[in-house]
Design a protein around this ligand. Sequence first.
Ligand code: FAD
Length: 391
Amino acid sequence: MSATLETDEHKALRAAVAQLGRRYGREYLTKAVAEGRHPGELWAEAAKLGYLGVNLPEEYGGGGGGITELAIVLEELGAAGCPLLMMVVSPAICGTVIARFGTEEQKRTWLPGIADGSRTMAFGITEPDAGSNSHRITTTARRDGTDWVLSGRKVFISGVDIADATLVVARTETVPDKEGHTGRLKPCLFVVPRDAEGFQRHGIDMELQAPEKQFELVLDDVRLPADALVGDEDAGLLQLFAGLNPERIMTAAFAIGMGRYALARAVGYAKDRTVWQAPIGAHQAIAHPLAQSHIELELACLMTQKAAHLYDTGDDIGAGEAANMAKYAAAEACVKAVDQAVHTLGGNGLTREYGLASLITASRVARIAPVSREMILNFVSHQTLGLPKSY
Ligand SMILES: Cc1cc2nc3c(=O)[nH]c(=O)nc-3n(C[C@H](O)[C@H](O)[C@H](O)COP(=O)(O)OP(=O)(O)OC[C@H]3O[C@@H](n4cnc5c(N)ncnc54)[C@H](O)[C@@H]3O)c2cc1C
């Protein structure tokens, strides 16, 4: 990206991460996927260079930057063909929530490890019977003496196998009204260690060629000490959104990186492949959609920078709207760029050798998660335009 709004430090960070990304590249990631393992070497090196914890406070081993810098890191790794999806979760959501709302003890326990890559945390909010309607989640946290006891189910939770713990969103037990409703969501966040008793995970067979795996989780009376609760029991949605806005901004960066990677591959191919007198890139039917994708990715990048800037300057409300818009724009630009890239390669677009076809599935992730395209359109319809709700 030309990223004209960026400081010299940001440009230098982009260049340095891009160099790291090029050293690993797509082949490295494809090999990790084939071997069914986490891209641990890249994760460790990115951490060592200070990239994974760039958004975390310096006093806890981080770089003292913000989501702006972390998004640059993820975008550039993605543009080099080796994105690290767990960056969306571990430093961006979990790191942010713990840095903003955790106790001193929680910060000391988790943040240095998240920053240096030695510890990873997954994040679980999605439930099978709630889906996009997170007000409907039923995972419940019950007090028992000073302990908490968690019961419920989660689905599509990424990276639980490699994470030391999962930050689980539950609701505190509330007495249902006469109709059986438990009222609006009052979410609470709990650190659930990977091997906690009663915490089970089952891999979901995804049609995705990615090193990060998704899991269904069962919490069967998982007993946790009082200090497993992160933040205030009554802080509710504000605290949760402190983590979810970075998640959206980082998903936008993930999508822009993937879109840029696909576009670059297509442009390279279109410059060389010649089946008439001139390379296929001279035909406007090939050139214009690629140019359009470049423009759309650039626009999405601008929106992502705006969202990250608002978030980093403490405007949680403004960041909420901008992060949703950035995620929407980036996902749509990514899906289109990948589609056009595959098309540009003709039959080669569908071969394993060229490796672009698998991005068709991968690019859809950003349209669905962490909040779907339709839920963002709902948000803008209701919150921005003041239109009435259908649900
Ligand atoms: C690869 C991957 C990784 C993921 N990782 C995580 C993770 O680490 N942690 C986590 O908590 N979750 C994770 N998720 C879950 C993800 O956030 C959910 O899939 C997403 O929120 C959508 O929920 P759902 O799948 O239940 O779809 P549903 O809510 O069932 O929606 C299905 C369709 O209906 C549409 N829809 C629903 N309601 C409305 C409405 N009111 N108006 C219009 N359309 C509507 C949706 O837009 C969508 O197209 C992951 C998902 C994927 C695919």
